[in-house]
Design a protein around this ligand. Sequence first.
Ligand code: ADP
Length: 735
Amino acid sequence: MMMMSMTTMATTASNANASCENFIGTRRRTRGGGGGGASTVMRWRNNNTSKKKKIIVTTRASSLPTSSSAATRWEEFGNEKIFHRTRMTTKIQQQQRSSSHRAGDGVVVRASSREELLEEIEKLKAENAKLKMLRAQLEDVGTDDKEEEEKEAEPTKTKTKKTTTKKRTVSGGALRTDPKSESEIEWPLPITTEGCPVGEEDKKPFWETRPKNDPDELFSLPDDEEGKATKKTSRPKKISHVTAELAPLAKVGGLGDVTQGLGRAMKMQGHDVQVILPFYQSLDANEIFDLKHVMDFDVPKGMKWDGENVVSMMKTSAYSGNIGGCDVILLKPHDDMNSNIFKGGAIYGGSYNELEAYLYFSRASLEFLDKSGRDPDVIHVHEWQTCAVPMLYWEEYHGKTSLNKAKIVMTIHNLDNTGECREEEFFATGVDGAKFNVIEKALDERTIGHNPERMCLMKGGVVYSNKVTTVSPTYAKETLDGNGGFMSQILKANQDKFSGILNGIDYQLWNPALDATLPANFAPGNKMTENKKLCKKYLQIGLGLDVDETKPLIVCISRLVPQKGIHLIERAVTQSENNGNQFVLLGSGHSDGGFKRMANEEFSQANSTNVRLMITYSDALSRLMYAAADFVLVPSMFEPCGLTQMIAMRYGALPIVRSTGGLADTVIDCDADGENGNGFVFYGADDQSLDECIQRANKTFKDRKKFHELQERVARVDYGWEASGNVYAELYESL
Ligand code: ADP
């Protein structure tokens, strides 16, 4: 192997100490007129004087009544590079902000030096402590009639208050939208086959025009007082996640939800959490809060050149920001690298070579951790895409770079894809794959004697990680019992460091009491039955189904791949038409062909008023469906954890699941256990098993009183991240 100097090598010297810039201050100033806009100017001192000084200007401007968005642009003047970021604030936010100005709880800061800033911080701390004390006193005093009247008169103000004080509560809680009557709801126009509202071909379908959840409100972590149930750590750790997905922006399935939920849970406990993510071209940069360029640095990248293996340097850019309440570092090849890595319109869209891209990303993450000087205590990697991190860490970084103390946790979210990799493909990391292609490291034993013998990245990840987890205790057991294919034997051999920790869902992000997408909000003990009915009617009207509350509505929200029990979903679709149920499917994936055909033929708008098949991806529609549903079907053939059944419960819908993996850990059959039941469970993978289970669910649905009690019960079940977060904290502590 030889080292080759390419154009990128020229940048090595300057990148060795990376173009770090020191943040030297923030100045925030209000601006007259323009709806009370305000600017924040951030200044960096540049170590390298030949470079442009960077200035970020954040401008707040009045905008739409309900949505929040941001716009960005760069401008260059002389030696200054100015990054303009306009945050459009909602009218509701403006009301909240102006009232907080009036109340004098200090959000306008005028400081031009470090000392002045520190002084302002101290003042704010004191005021915050006073505010907490007053809130505590208010809770002790309780709610009096006058306050109730005020709540009636000022719904926006009440909402804000309740949002911040009650969001961790599973039961009760104030509702964002509480229509007094059906006439207060703006009902949707039914969609046509093309997806647009009837007669309004140029308009968007109803779920896209619903109010959106305000990211500022949704993703802010509850403060100490509100998060009092969360166990605070006395030993904060620096945790760096390396992952291919992070909700809501970089989400394809549950992996994104889990990295977001776990990251936020650990942050709530007081840990310092960073998530390293590819900067996919498909991500909307305007949706990334506080996006900033951090540094450019070189990443070794192997390739074949004139028949020889050569290592060149891939100049890489790192950006920091916040996605969904998590502090992120986004990595991508520098713009002038002429590479297609992470390019294309979708996260896994097939526009780039995934294996090459994730191997590069794994190496880039380690280089970033080394060069940024973070020195984490824990590097937590997820799925095959980032399994090269533990392999490279122990062979190339530990003891040889600034990364000396980190231990590695690897989480297997799904054994469906384990990352097959040939020796020469692994060279994309800049390290010879031969080093790992041996039986005690990453060699896939099934390929012994084949040409070529190949590696399994997930095996490498297991072998090289200090702890390995999967996402539910039952899935862990199933894999050890031989249901994990080739990986079963690897996990068995590494059993001592392997465990199953149940995923949670983030109860702040999935909260039917405050979810802005819903036409009527609800919580257990608070308008659960009435307002769920309104949501059901809303969906029925919007999708052109019979508006009939007496028909049980089953929904299924899923990636459409064989794992999810495609034949059983199809069965439920066809049977619904026959047995008086309604069925709505929301999904996409490589097995969605049959559903597309059904959607255009027997279950088209013209042919069915009981079934609608939505072959697409939409977070907003999924929320409306969870809220409208009586039942959520999850008939998976295997399911490492599954989140949809937990979200269903949170939104007062009863899950109907096949007993496997995390579904077995979270759903208890109502008929088998009258006291604790929270759904309906079947075992076989055949039509009859499913049919019988749906019949039992329908029977319970007919007993209205019992069904409503069950809805209340499931909505109170706590599958939040708190419990699982504590288990992860113990695991990190044990490293
Ligand atoms: P998996 O990770 O195997 O896809 P999970 O049940 O763990 O399954 O997580 C699925 C997540 O993706 C849930 O948050 C679910 O609501 C969401 N989801 C799946 N398909 C869609 C879709 N078509 N549109 C919107 N959300 C979806």
